[in-house]
Write a protein that binds this ligand. Structure first.
Ligand SMILES: [Zn+2]
Length: 257
């Protein structure tokens, strides 16, 4: 699919990726599907199988016959390409809504019809969709990998460590800093693994692998509930396949089995 900016100005019909908070409106008859609806005022995303796709923010007006379900729960229930479009719709709708007013002078902004940008009607300041890059790292030591439970989200699983990139920092510097701050250890052999858009926090997750170089594991208590080194045949409960964290862990297990 080619993603193209633009706004629907007619009453044409298309696939509507209607977003409410972090939920997507879907129909369930007989299987989970994206509703077809009028597209006036919606943001054009591109075409899927010959059908135009649009993103729209729900403000009490659900597409007919649909209900909002948390997007994360729809992973695996929607076709992969539909899920990818839905994650993009989530990010674009959040950007569009959060930049209705100029961050510089406070006056209203308006959408461009040719570019994915909102421009201030008074001072001309532009707001493009922005991402916050974050690194996520699988660290290895003596054939085991470092996994931790997050103290803030209190998710019921262990995962790889992650953190947002600071202004002026390289990705590799960020990897080394985050792991030293959160786990108290130093690293060597920091290698790029892959990346993943993560719309739930407007992020781009950039995955790395690395090796333990020194230091005792000393989890930072405000960030980490518990942490440990896990052998490939003793991996605890880990995140669902939706995330790059899981890809990093599955890759580790594959390499050691
Ligand atoms: Zn302005």
């Amino acid at each position: 699919m080619v993603f193209t900016p633009g706004v629907s100005d007619s009453r044409q019909r298309g696939l509507i990726f209607a977003i409410e908070g972090q939920s997507l409106c879907v129909t369930r008859d007989p299987v989970i599907a994206i509703p077809m609806a009028d597209t006036g005022g919606a943001l054009y995303l591109g075409e899927l199988d010959g059908l135009p796709c649009f993103a729209r923010r729900v403000e009490g007006d659900l597409p007919e016959g649909s209900e909002p379900l948390p997007l994360r729960q729809l992973f695996g229930a929607l076709a992969e390409e539909q899920f990818a479009i839905a994650t993009r719709a989530l990010g674009i709708i959040a950007w569009d809504h959060d930049h209705r007013f100029c961050g510089r002078c406070g006056h209203p902004t308006r959408r461009s019809e040719t570019e994915r940008v909102r421009t201030c009607s008074t001072c001309g300041h532009t707001a493009y969709p922005r991402l916050s890059p974050a690194v996520i790292v699988l660290v290895e030591k003596d054939g085991c990998c470092l996994l931790a439970r997050n103290a803030r989200t209190k998710m019921p699983f262990f995962s790889t460590l992650a953190g947002f990139v600071e202004v002026g920092e390289t990705l590799e510097q960020c990897v080394a800093r985050e792991i030293e701050e959160e786990a108290g250890i130093t690293l060597s052999d920091i290698q790029y693994f892959g990346s993943q858009p993560w719309p739930f926090t407007n992020s781009l997750m950039i995955g790395f692998t690395a090796r333990w170089a020194g230091g005792e594991l000393r989890p930072e208590p405000t960030e980490i509930l518990e942490a440990g080194w896990f052998a490939p045949d003793a991996i605890p409960v880990v995140p669902p396949k939706l995330s790059i964290a899981r890809e990093l862990i599955d890759d580790f297990v594959r390499r050691h089995s």
